[in-house]
Design a binder for this molecule. Structure first.
Ligand SMILES: *[C@@H]1O[C@H](CO)[C@@H](O)[C@H](O)[C@H]1NC(C)=O
Length: 136
């Protein structure tokens, strides 16, 4: 039986698939105090021509969606409540390969491993960053 999925579904599945390939450690550590804003770095070098429309970005921590970008837009409905209004990417930086995440007003519960997955055309890039939050 042939099932036709909308393109939206395909991308969501693809992002989900990508999220399983998470190494257990990171070699980048970012730290900040409770209440501070931090930038979790993620830069990639595209192996193919850049276009906003073929770019897919997924920032996750553990299994929580922090920020998703596809079809040229931030996908608000794919963002977990706990990051609403606190997570931002710099869309104008995307052509340079800078898909770093700005996280505002960090809390001790935000500490952990963050994964930045970038999929463009047929290439996947993945960067792992650990966020350390110092309590007061
Ligand atoms: C990415 O962009 C942000 C916001 O402009 C900036 O703070 C950060 O330094 C940039 N990172 C790189 C590697 O260019």
């Amino acid at each position: 039986m042939l099932q036709i999925y909308p393109r939206m579904c395909m991308t969501a599945e693809l992002l989900l698939l990508m999220s399983f390939w998470v190494p257990a450690y990171s070699n980048t550590v970012v730290s900040g105090d409770v209440g501070e804003d931090v930038i979790l770095p993620c830069t990639v070098e595209y192996k193919e021509e850049f276009s906003y429309n073929t770019l897919n970005i997924l920032w996750k921590t553990e299994h929580i969606h922090v920020y998703s970008f596809f079809y040229g837009n931030f996908q608000e409905e794919h963002q977990d409540e706990i990051f609403k209004g606190r997570a931002q990417l710099f869309h104008a930086e995307f052509p340079k390969g800078n898909v770093s995440l700005l996280l505002r007003n960090i809390q001790t519960s935000d500490a952990g491993i963050y994964t930045c997955s970038v999929f463009i055309s047929k290439y996947t890039h993945k960067r792992i960053t650990e966020l350390v939050v110092r309590g007061k």
